[in-house]
Ligand binder design. Structure first.
Ligand code: LLP
Length: 421
C-alpha cells in the first residue's frame, strides 16, 4: 500500500499534488505521508499482538518533531541515541517511561539528563559504560534501569557499513562474556538490571540472521534467569529492510518478523521491545527535486537536479538505490533513455544514479526519489552552503511545512567572525 500515487497524471502525497507543495516551498524538499507512517507503525503493533511489548521507534531514521508527535500519539516508545534525540522525544510529548537510550558512546552528561528527566531503560554496551552509569546514578541517589547490549556474532548479510552484530563490530558485549558482566552489574550500587538488548544491523532482507541472534538471546535469558538475574525484558532491536527496488522480491513483512520473535523468545514470557526505524519512515517519504539542466556528455547524458548528496547522502555513502520517478506521469509507452542523475555539488560522488532509464524530462520538471523518508533529511547537511532541505507533512488534504528552509542569513548567522580578525 502506497500513499504516493499518480492521480490524473500527477504524483500526489495522499490527496495533495506534489507540484502544489513545490510551488509553496520550492525544491528540493522532503514530503512525508501521515497515513503511511501510521500504517507502518501499526504493522509492528499487529506483529506483536498478544505478547507484552513496546514498539520503540528508532528515531534516528527520521526525528522531525511532527513525525515523533504522530508516532508518540499512536503509543510508540522511542529509541534514542543521543541527548539531542532524547530532548526531541520529550519535546514531542513522549514520556520518559517509553524512551530507551541506546548507543555505544553515551557521555556522563547524557546519562545524567536521561536519569534526571525519566528513562525506561538504558542499553549499555561496555564495562566502562556500566561503571560510569552506576557512578552517575548512585551520585543522584538512583539506580539506572539497564539492559546490556550483547553482540551475538551473527552476520546480518547487509551492507558492511550498517551491519552491527559481528564480533568485529564496535557494538555490544561479546555474548560469551555477558554472564560475567551481568554478575558484575548485579553488584553495582547504581544499576538495576532489567533486560537484554540486541541489534544486529539495518536493512536486513533475510530473517535467518534475526532468528540466529534471537535464539542466542533466548538461551542467555534462560541462563541469566537461572542465575537469579531479574531479566524481565528483551530488546530485540530493529533492522527489518524495505523494498528500495520495486521489481525485486519484497523483503519479509513485520508479521513474519513477529513470527520469528514468537518462535524464538515467545515461550519465555518476557516483555519484548523492538526498535524499527527504516520500515516505519522509509517508504513514508519522498525527496522531490527539480531538473536544472539536461547536459549532453561524452557518451552519456546527465540530468542535473537541484537536490544533491548533502540532501540525500545514501547513494554516495552506501551506493544505495532510490527509485527516481517523474512527478508528471509519462505517457504510456513513452520512450526511456539512460541518464546519470546528479546534483550540483562539486564532487563526482554527488551522483544519485548511473544510466538510470527515465522518460524525457525538461528543465524545471519535478522528479521524486522514493523510499527517502528514513535516513534522508536526518543525514542532510549544508555542504557547499546549500541550506538544509525543508520537510513537509501531508495528512489527507492537509499539508504543513514541518521544517522550513533556512534563509541565507540564518545559515550565515550561525558563524562568528572573531573580533581580532
Ligand atoms: N536500534 C539500533 C540500536 C540501531 O543502531 C538502529 C539503526 C536501529 C535500531 C534501527 O534500525 P532500522 O530499523 O532503521 O534498520 N544510515 C543508514 C542506516 C543506519 C542504521 C543505524 N542503526 C542508512 O541510511 O542505511
Amino acid at each position: 500500500m502506497d500513499h504516493f500515487l499518480y492521480r490524473d497524471g500527477i504524483l500526489h502525497a495522499e490527496d495533495v499534488p506534489l507540484p502544489e507543495i513545490a510551488a509553496e516551498v520550492g525544491t528540493p524538499f522532503y514530503v512525508y505521508s501521515a497515513a503511511t507512517l501510521t500504517r507502518h507503525y501499526r504493522l509492528f503493533e499487529e506483529a506483536l499482538r498478544g505478547l507484552p511489548h513496546l514498539v520503540c521507534y528508532a528515531m534516528k531514521a527520521n526525528s522531525n518533531l511532527a513525525v515523533l508527535k504522530l508516532l508518540g500519539d499512536l503509543g510508540a516508545g522511542m529509541d534514542v541515541v543521543s541527548g539531542g534525540e532524547y530532548a526531541r522525544a520529550r519535546a514531542a510529548g513522549v514520556p520518559g517511561e517509553r524512551i530507551v537510550f541506546s548507543g555505544v558512546g553515551k557521555t556522563r552528561e547524557e546519562m545524567r539528563l536521561a536519569l534526571e528527566c525519566g528513562i525506561r531503560q538504558i542499553n549499555v554496551e561496555s564495562e566502562p559504560e556500566l561503571l560510569a552509569l552506576s557512578g552517575v546514578a548512585a551520585s543522584m541517589g538512583l539506580r539506572a534501569p539497564v539492559a546490556l547490549r550483547v553482540n551475538p556474532d551473527v552476520d546480518a548479510k547487509t551492507h558492511a557499513k550498517i551491519a552491527t552484530g559481528k564480533a568485529e563490530n564496535k557494538f555490544g558485549i561479546p555474548i560469551a562474556r555477558a554472564p560475567a558482566i551481568y554478575a558484575e552489574a548485579a553488584a553495582l550500587p547504581g544499576i538495576e538490571v532489567v533486560g537484554i538488548d540486541v541489534h544486529i544491523g539495518s536493512q536486513l532482507t533475510d530473517l535467518a540472521p534475526f532468528e540466529a541472534a534471537y535464539r542466542k538471546v533466548a538461551d542467555l535469558a534462560q541462563a541469566l534467569l537461572a542465575a537469579g538475574h531479574p531479566i524481565r525484558r528483551l530488546d530485540l532491536g530493529g533492522g527489518l529492510g524495505i523494498p528500495y527496488v520495486r521489481d525485486n522480491a519484497a523483503p519479509p513483512l513485520p508479521l513474519e518478523w513477529g513470527e520469528v520473535i514468537r518462535r524464538t523468545v515467545g515461550h519465555l514470557g518476557l516483555e519484548v521491545e523492538i526498535e524499527p526505524g527504516r520500515l516505519i519512515a522509509g517508504n513514508a517519504g519522498l525527496l522531490v527535486a527539480s531538473v536544472i539542466w539536461l547536459k549532453r556528455g561524452e557518451g552519456r547524458d546527465f540530468l542535473i537536479l537541484d537536490a544533491a548528496m548533502n540532501d540525500l547522502v545514501r547513494p554516495a555513502m552506501y551506493d544505495a538505490w532510490h527509485d527516481i520517478v517523474p512527478v508528471i506521469e509519462p505517457a504510456p509507452g513513452a520512450e526511456r533513455a539512460p541518464f546519470d542523475v546528479v546534483g550540483p555539488v562539486c564532487e563526482t560522488g554527488d551522483t544519485f544514479a548511473r544510466g538510470r532509464l527515465l522518460p524525457p524530462l525538461a528543465e524545471g520538471a519535478l522528479v521524486a526519489f522514493r523510499s527517502a523518508g528514513a535516513y534522508g533529511a536526518v543525514m542532510a547537511s549544508e555542504y557547499n552552503s546549500r541550506p538544509l532541505v525543508p520537510e513537509v507533512l501531508v495528512r489527507g488534504h492537509d499539508m504543513a511545512v514541518i521544517r522550513r528552509r533556512p534563509t541565507f542569513d540564518e545559515m550565515l548567522n550561525r558563524d562568528t567572525i572573531p573580533e581580532w580578525l
